[in-house]
Design a protein around this ligand. Structure first.
Ligand code: FFO
Length: 466
């Protein structure tokens, strides 16, 4: 177990904090007891003199100089004094020109001057260890950085501000109240609490339990905001699936990730529709495949259809439905996901109508990826489906990680056990044990009761310089 806020930071770390590549300005962050010392060694104020006892949250203009005194770059130095900084430690920021080579040179200079390279996530890890951020809030820093849509960013921002952590803390406080209630009653004869107190206690446990369940109910939404709605584009070959993907990407491209594979494999992209992140998968055409590679592609498509949250089924409106189209419609009528049927190639004379799709309960939209028609209506329809399924997606008080969901489930189980033990009159000591277990499970979410290895693992997934 770690003891937060009691961690001594004997070493001073530094790293480039801005994105790598060319930028207007690049920042090197130096954090730790000797941050100002490192700054003194590498930075020469233009106004002359020394940095002396630089006042916190002030800046100086000057130059980064090599050990032999030659100038490496022009720089603005910003100084923050512990505990009033992001990490909670003394911090010096060297704001230099944002070139990859320049920043590397300045970074090496800080290492030469006594700092050591910061590991991935180490600044935020220090913020956590100094008690400035709990674990859920610290993780939301990376979620904010990685957010691919406005709503995802909003949710991450709320988590960073503590919306989720406060909800968890409130439940812990409630549970602690119930424990205090029992412990006050422990002096009662025969370890028994009066009926009125037992009733009150049962109500407290119930309330905590209901609050945990409310958080769990938001897990799906939390995950969607983090990972995106899994949306699968299906249809037989050449109906315009890829054109649709490209048209949607062209309009609202966020971050593009091509999952490598054969041409018959699945292409995955991330887009934002009405601020909601979508994981969009363009699948191999569904048909009776002849060769082995294509069969694998079709099998994967089947798998993705099974766990899709939204299916965009594409049909070529310029041709009558084929046997493959009918097979797909039959498959869709059994799908659990929301479905939107798209009649593509609307720029050509259309031979399909809504009656052709009567077997599937889904809206039918007409689009032309070529001409860009119908795409706005499609985005509105997608947004409407998601809002209907998930409600308001802007709440940051949602669990969004397996680790959090699992801890909430355990807390719920311990609270249920506490309620049962109480109802069965098995002795208040046992109720108290269950309540403490629920309290600790919730504490794991905040990083209060987790081991060092887990903490290290979580922060090592952060980016360098964060
Ligand atoms: N230059 C710079 N910009 C940045 C960061 C940074 O580290 N450096 N941040 C890094 O992610 C974010 C801001 N996060 C921060 C959080 C707390 C403090 C801080 O010094 N807090 C003190 C002082 C508060 C005050 O003066 O009112 C405190 O809370 O005690 C600084 C940055 C975004 N912008």
């Amino acid at each position: 177990m770690i003891e937060r806020a009691r961690v001594m930071t004997e070493d001073t770390i530094s790293q480039i904090a801005t994105p790598h590549g060319a930028g207007g300005i690049g920042i090197i962050r130096v954090s730790g007891e000797d941050a100002l010392g490192v700054a003194r060694r590498v930075f020469r104020p233009a106004a002359g003199g020394t940095l002396g006892d630089m006042a916190p949250y002030t800046a100086r203009y000057g130059h980064i100089v090599a050990a032999d005194g030659t100038v490496i770059d022009e720089c603005i130095l910003l100084y923050m004094r512990a505990p009033h900084s992001y990490t909670g430690e003394d911090t010096a920021e060297l704001q230099c020109h944002g070139g990859a080579v320049v920043l590397r040179e300045v970074l090496l200079r800080t290492w030469e001057a006594g700092a050591r390279p910061a590991e991935a996530g180490e600044f935020t890890k220090r913020a956590f260890l100094h008690g400035r951020l709990d674990l859920a809030r610290a993780e939301s820093v990376m979620e904010l950085i990685a957010a691919k849509s406005t709503r995802a960013a909003h949710a991450a921002r709320e988590r960073l501000a503590g919306a989720f952590s406060h909800a968890v803390t409130d439940i812990r406080t409630q549970i602690l109240g119930a424990v205090a209630h029992i412990e006050a009653g422990i002096d009662f004869p025969e370890d028994d609490i009066p009926a009125a107190s037992a009733e009150h206690l049962a109500a407290e446990i119930d309330a905590a339990s209901a609050a945990v369940r409310r958080l769990l109910a938001g897990a799906d939404t939390g995950r969607i905001l983090r990972d995106g709605v899994k949306t699968v584009i299906v249809g037989r070959p050449n109906v315009g699936k890829s054109s649709l993907l490209n048209a949607l990407l062209g309009m609202e491209r966020a971050i593009v990730t091509d999952v490598p594979g054969t041409t018959r494999d699945i292409i995955e992209e991330e887009i934002s529709v009405a601020g909601i992140p979508l994981r969009l998968l363009d699948t191999a055409g569904l048909r009776a495949a002849e060769d082995a590679v294509e069969q694998i592609g079709v099998a994967r498509t089947e798998q993705h259809l099974t766990d899709a949250e939204l299916i965009l089924a594409v049909f070529d409106a310029s041709e009558p439905l084929t046997a493959e189209d009918h097979a797909l419609l039959a498959r869709l009528s059994a799908a659990a996901a929301d479905i939107i049927i798209l009649c593509s190639k609307e720029d050509r004379p259309s031979v399909l109508s809504a009656e052709d799709f009567a077997a599937v309960a889904a809206p039918v939209l007409r689009i032309s990826a070529q001409e860009g028609t119908g795409l706005d209506a499609l985005r509105e329809e997608i947004a409407a489906h998601i809002v209907q399924r998930e409600g308001d997606l802007s709440d940051g008080a949602l669990p969004n990680k397996e680790r959090e969901i699992e801890a909430l489930r355990r807390a719920e189980a311990h609270l249920a056990a506490a309620a049962e033990t109480l109802a069965a009159d098995l002795g208040t000591d046992f109720v108290s044990i269950d309540l403490r277990a629920a309290y600790d499970a919730l504490g794991e979410i905040l990083g209060e009761t987790v081991d060092t290895d887990l903490i290290d693992r979580i922060f090592s997934e952060f980016c360098i310089g964060k």
